[in-house]
Design a protein around this ligand. Structure first.
Ligand SMILES: [Zn+2]
Length: 130
């Protein structure tokens, strides 16, 4: 039910409208061309967002292709870890096979599990604090 307040709000909006006899056209306001495209809509969706673009850093890196593919899968959370296996009803370990303490997912396997943390420490420690 429209109340009196909404009626006057609509009245105020309509007072600023200029009606003409020309045919209405749709104009995409988020681009100078005024033409809509799904590409422009996709860009507009992220307008104001800070681009991280980890994918471009990954694919432009000097890492071997199999490492790039693995990292791409890990970033997309497409590795066949226990959480993904469980979602599909497939056999999976109940806990992380490395530490047997927490549920296994790609984030845990690569960063928070005690064994990978030790691995990363040994790899990165010689580089010193940055
Ligand atoms: Zn673990």
């Amino acid at each position: 039910m429209v109340g009196l307040f909404e009626y006057f709000q609509l009245w105020d909006v309509l007072l600023e409208m200029n009606l003409s006899q020309t045919k209405d056209v749709h104009i995409w306001c988020l681009d100078g061309s005024g033409q809509f495209s799904s590409k422009l809509a996709y860009r507009a969706f992220f307008n104001g967002a800070i681009p991280f673009e980890h994918w471009s850093r990954l694919w432009k890196s000097w890492a071997p292709p199999k490492c790039k593919v693995f990292l791409w899968l890990a970033i997309r959370n497409w590795c066949w870890t226990a959480d993904r296996l469980a979602k599909r009803g497939l056999p999976h370990p109940s806990k992380c096979p490395l530490c047997d303490q927490e549920d296994e997912d790609v984030q845990h396997l690569l960063t928070t599990c005690v064994l990978p943390r030790e691995f990363w420490f040994r790899i990165l420690a010689p580089l010193g604090p940055t």
